[in-house]
Write a new protein. Structure first.
Length: 419
């Protein structure tokens, strides 16, 4: 793994956080806690929209990286073509599902003011359009990752992440309508799709028209074999990450989502450190395993130890600084419970970082089935813990449920990665 690739990832993921740090306090003041809570749900939902690529994007990364390791470049264009067609279809299905849900009134499950009914409904329809856009983008992003072209990906992530916060912030100066706030999320995803496509075609270069393998059915089976299990993780994984805020919205209120989300977003941004490593590790380890099976172990162990120590120091320091940092950042709008919630979540961030390394290792080995089965086991246990702890301890119970899930996940991923 090249340090420069990790550095580019860190810049791409970290820059939007600086913009978020500047814009979110003012955004809360302009649109209020309830609308901010609903916007936080929109951020979560648009992230969850990636599930409808059915794991094809990550399967594309693994497939193309393996072909590079085998020096079989001529087969890559056909893989991309197959993956794009599949994600176009699956994304259209996702659009239909979310649109239908909006027409059936799924938004009524969220406790909100009556005056926000129309804004919330229209916002759901806008987010539905983002589903196929996200799905197809995943394929082109996967191609770039397989070619280890992280500079372009990181620059695009930086812009997209910035617009994720800056777009609603700028719109809020003119309108507090949730419809206009969510529109910025859709427009930024459309622009990102165009750029991801351009970068993927640049990776291919002169190879784009020289596919040697004509067995489209075999390629689709290969993509679905890996991607099918990734899909399970893509469905269950975001539920494990986002279920807490939706449970809070359903059982308490949209305003309570903001109380929990503010420290959650601050603390979990620490994961950009491990995310910068794992996104590079996945294609790099896959390629190494097929070039020389004796080299990848030392590389993985070295970066695992680096991640452990860096994240440990960072999260411990953050937990100590939160009582000063959060009030300074949010000001008088900061809910009292937010500081302790953030300190609890720091434990989960550390465990999640360790687990993410083993997650990437298993995928590099082609064992997406293991991570998917583990997620299936975790989901009912997590939902049970959420329901019990939110009833007994409120938002603090939600935080402890999330921490317990991440610790359980990290332990089992480490054990299972030895298979």
């Amino acid at each position: 793994m090249r340090l420069s690739n990790i550095a580019w990832n860190l810049v791409g993921l970290g820059t939007p956080l600086l913009i978020a740090a500047v814009t979110i306090p003012a955004l809360i003041q302009m649109i209020g806690m309830e609308r901010f809570g609903l916007l936080a749900l929109a951020w979560g939902l648009i992230g969850y929209a990636g599930v409808f690529d059915l794991g094809i994007g990550r399967a594309t990364t693994q497939f193309v990286a393996q072909l590079r390791g085998q020096n079989a470049y001529a087969d890559i264009p056909l893989v991309i073509r197959s993956a794009t067609r599949l994600t176009l279809l699956t994304g259209a299905i996702g659009w239909l599902v979310l649109t239908t849900a909006g027409m059936l009134g799924v938004q009524e499950l969220i406790h909100h003011s009556v005056g926000l009914d129309r804004e919330l409904t229209v916002s759901i329809f806008l987010l539905a359009i983002a589903v196929p856009v996200q799905a197809i983008s995943a394929t082109y992003r996967g191609v770039n990752e397989a070619f280890e072209k992280f500079r372009g990906i990181s620059l695009l992530r930086m812009v997209l992440g910035a617009l994720n916060f800056l777009g609603p912030f700028l719109i809020a100066h003119y309108s507090t309508s949730l419809v206009w706030l969510v529109s910025t999320l859709l427009l930024s995803r459309l622009a990102a799709l165009a750029v991801f496509h351009h970068l993927a075609m640049r990776c291919l270069g002169s190879r784009a028209g020289h596919a040697a393998n004509t067995d489209m059915a075999a390629i689709r089976r290969r993509l679905f074999s890996f991607g099918g299990w990734v899909t399970v993780s893509s469905v269950v994984g975001p539920l494990l990450v986002q279920a807490d805020r939706f449970v809070i919205a359903g059982l308490i209120s949209a305003a309570a989502v903001a109380t929990y989300t503010i420290p959650y977003e601050v603390v979990t941004q620490s994961l950009i450190i491990v995310g910068s490593v794992t996104s590079v590790a996945f294609p790099s380890l896959t390629k190494q395993m097929h070039q020389d099976p004796t080299l990848w172990q030392a590389s993985f162990r070295r970066w695992l130890h680096i991640v452990i120590w860096v994240v440990l120091i960072f999260t411990a320091s953050l937990a100590l600084l939160l009582p000063t940092l959060l009030p300074l950042w949010i000001g008088h709008n900061l809910p009292v419970e937010s500081v302790l919630i953030g300190q609890i979540l720091c434990l989960g961030v550390f465990a999640n970082s360790v687990g993410s390394m083993y997650y990437s290792l298993l995928h590099a080995k082609g064992r997406s089935d293991i991570t998917a089965k583990l997620h299936l086991i975790e989901l009912p246990l997590f939902l049970l813990a959420l329901s019990l702890l939110i009833d007994a301890y409120g938002l603090y119970g939600v935080a402890w449920a999330w921490v317990g899930r991440t610790i359980f996940d990290a332990i089992l991923l480490k054990i299972l990665s030895k298979n």
